[in-house]
Design a protein. Structure first.
Ligand code: GTP
Length: 363
């Protein structure tokens, strides 16, 4: 079965992490997000995947090649200028001659795609939109359906008194190829504001497939961190890389963990890391490949990308640290700091809660 993955966006909300790394390549438990996505799609028989790229395309192409190392066939479509979600699919229309899936390339989910395809065929829909419930529908665009699941209305940020549903578009669609004729060629056009409302106006059958499976949009640093906490705390089932090395500890090869280092909670440590004496790694935390965490440091609830170095007595809490970051001795990164790639922070600094540091800044 075929799928189109929308991975061309700039990921502005996830900056500074996406200034050097496209959103589809940000590491989730030390593997690029797209590797997880491909694994998930394969599990539902989807093995012919078109990646629509625009922003920072080379890293993705270099990593995945033709897909054979990952058990799928990958085709790349490069946009010179962003075509929007529907425009990007129209751009590859000649490859799409049977009913296909489309996915936003930034949602992590366990939605049952096999059941969704069955629902699509049974309902006679031209388009089926996966729907997921949210706690506060007033900050989203919600999708109102009939009892049979036929979409009645799209409502942008409904007022609290006017809320009739808490179901939002989950960014996964099944589309019949004939629908593509309604998308203009070569223009920026979206599914949410362009194609779907147009199909409703025409009276074409658009259905919503409701699912309460795990779903998260990793589009902001807070959600990115939350996904890691959810994974490590078992709210979504996944196999972690590395070998178990004690209760909740997963170690990849060639690590040097000091006998007096303290690892606690669920912690994943990538290849070739050094963890010093009395360093305290408190889960849920992930340390990327080739990291050095010096003596007496504290890493609590955080995600650290590869090649980072934390000096002695550094402390970080619920932070995301980009690749190649160096943090000097005794520096404290308070709750929710996000450091972009290659940032160098001196010794004895205090980075206030929620600070975001861009790649070329030295705070
Ligand atoms: P923000 O800038 O933070 O809003 O992120 P984004 O634009 O990367 O993502 P958004 O949530 O707006 O888009 C949903 C998905 O569609 C993401 O996976 C994007 O990569 C993808 N996407 C958005 N616009 C385009 C586009 O013009 N072309 C392609 N190929 N993909 C796109």
């Amino acid at each position: 079965m075929k799928a189109v993955l929308l991975v061309g966006g700039e990921g502005t909300r996830l900056r500074p992490l996406t200034l050097n790394t496209p959103k589809s390549m940000v590491p989730i438990a030390n593997r690029p997000f797209l590797e997880h996505m491909i694994e998930y799609l394969k599990g539902h028989g989807i093995d012919d995947i078109i990646l629509t790229l625009c922003y920072l395309p080379d890293r993705t192409r270099l990593h995945f090649g033709d897909g054979s190392n990952f058990g799928v066939k990958l085709t790349y479509a490069l946009e010179d200028t962003p075509l929007g979600t529907a425009g990007a699919v129209k751009n590859v229309a000649e490859c799409l001659d049977e009913t296909f899936f489309v996915f936003n390339g930034d949602t992590y989910t366990d939605i049952d795609l096999t059941a969704m395809m069955e629902f699509h065929h049974n309902s006679g829909a031209k388009v089926t939109i996966a729907l997921t419930p949210v706690e506060d529908p007033t900050i989203y665009g919600v999708v109102e359906t009939s009892a049979e699941g036929r979409v009645q209305r799209f409502i942008e940020k409904p007022h609290r008194d006017a809320v009739t549903t808490n179901m939002i578009n989950a960014g996964a669609y099944i589309i019949a190829p004939e629908v593509l004729s309604h998308i203009p060629n070569g223009l920026n056009f979206s599914f949410e504001h362009g194609l779907f409302p147009l199909l409703l106006k025409r009276g074409d059958p658009v259905y919503g497939f409701q699912s309460d499976a795990y779903w998260i949009d990793i589009g902001t640093p807070e959600k990115y961190l939350m996904l890691h906490h959810d994974l490590l705390e078992g709210r979504i089932a996944r196999v972690f890389p590395g070998k178990p090395a004690g209760e909740g500890i997963w170690l990849e090869e060639d690590c040097n963990i000091h006998t007096q280092a303290q690892l606690e909670g669920t912690v994943i440590i990538g290849r070739n890391c050094v963890i010093g004496s009395m360093a305290h790694i408190k889960g849920p935390s992930i340390i990327g490949h080739n990291c050095i965490i010096d003596a007496d440091s504290l890493v609590d609830g955080s995600v650290i990308w590869q090649n980072a170095q934390l000096g002695q007595k550094v402390s970080i809490r619920n932070c995301v640290i980009g690749e190649n970051v160096v943090i000097g001795e005794r520096t404290q990164c308070m709750e929710g700091c996000v450091l972009g790639s290659n940032v160098v922070v001196g010794s004895d600094q205090i980075l206030e809660q929620g600070i975001k540091v861009w790649p070329d800044e030295n705070p």
